[in-house]
Design a protein around this ligand. Sequence first.
Ligand SMILES: [Zn+2]
Length: 476
Amino acid sequence: MEEPQNISDAGVTAPDNSAVNAALLSQQARRRRARLRFSVAVMAALILTGWLASRLLLPDVPKPVLSAKPAPSHPAIAARWARLAPMQRDYESDELIAGDSLAALLARAGIDGVEADAALDALRTEFDPRKLNIGQKVRIFKEWPSDGVADSKAKRFAGFDFIPEPRQRLMVRRTGHLSFDVVKQVRPLSERFFFTDTLISSSVYEAARGGGMSPNLVVELIRLFSFSIDFQRDMREGDQLEVLYTRRFDENNQLAEEGDIIFAALTNRGKRYAYWRLAHDDGSHAYYDENGRSVQRLLMKTPVDGARLSSRFGMRRHPILGYTRLHRGLDFAAPRGTPIYAAGSGTIVALGRNGDYGKYIRIRHRNGYETAYAHLNGYARRLKKGAQVKQGQIIGYVGATGLATGPHLHYEVLRHKKPVNPRDLDVPPERALDATELEKLRNAQTAIGARINALATNDNRLRSLPRRNLSAAQNR
Ligand SMILES: [Zn+2]
């Protein structure tokens, strides 16, 4: 069985002599060719390495600049530049002052004019530097080789950055010789909740400021209650203020912007006015009481800030005419020039001189209401008859035109053309919630109540007063 296999093997492994010689010759030739190819490859590699080394290691001499505005460098070139020159950097901060410009600020920092121009040109592709306001902080970066000494000679301008709005940082970076690019960075802000619960000793403003609220937020708070409470008449010492509000912080825990009032309650003479913020699907928001009634009314209680009620509605002896007649509105004494707000949104139906009323504005609102403003010193700019105004918009300024003894606002509310006492008015809510929105409000009330309880037990225990009915939803 084994023999035939051995024979067939011998036939393959034992060739004759001439075949062996030919095979040896061709093998030698193949080896020579391979050696040649290898040497050529090694030579080529050496030449290429030498060329690369010379490109990378020799100093990068800037080419003469032909144009003051060089073409932006290609990203690949910029990346190579960044790799070749590992740099250290530091920055100095400055801010825009009155009459200042970004160019002036850069000059102040000792930045060469040509470099500053190139950087500003880059910035202008994304942002108009004229939009910056006084007080805008700017960081100016300088850099130097990491193995060098950080003296003023070695340092060069590396760019600048600033935060034009809380959620955005703009960076202008050097990418090469006289070449800069702009990077827009989104700043993620985190929202934090704050709760203040305090007794009012002098004013709502002081109580809220004492609770850590920013002045702007306090103004919003006062506006919120101004539909239901007359601050000049109704406040009493010992009234209680509770506010849940937010502030937004950046990655470094720095306050980036003030947030919103989420919940506010004012206990005034034993009656509690509590309002919850609700965001609507259209992106707007409004405040509602526990039953879902909008806080915002068709008309504000007082269309002028910081005024003193100097004359009430009703029969009275006229100070100039000397006889008794119906005073058709309210008088608010205030310094000349004090802004007057539209009590509600609507259309200007009268604007101009109107006899004893002097300079006069009348606004038509919904539901048959009109409001009138008299004795004005002047009108808001560009305001015309037929114009639409929003609630709270400045329409004019307190004066003493027409029949008036001194600067004051005469304010009238008319219902179907008849004067009514603004004080007795139960004007309808600005907006009513549908069933879905009401459900949303209930959920918001529950969540807000839980948050307040958590905050109050954590860090407000000392100032905390016995809270009544913190969340209407919880007690339902
Ligand atoms: Zn009057």
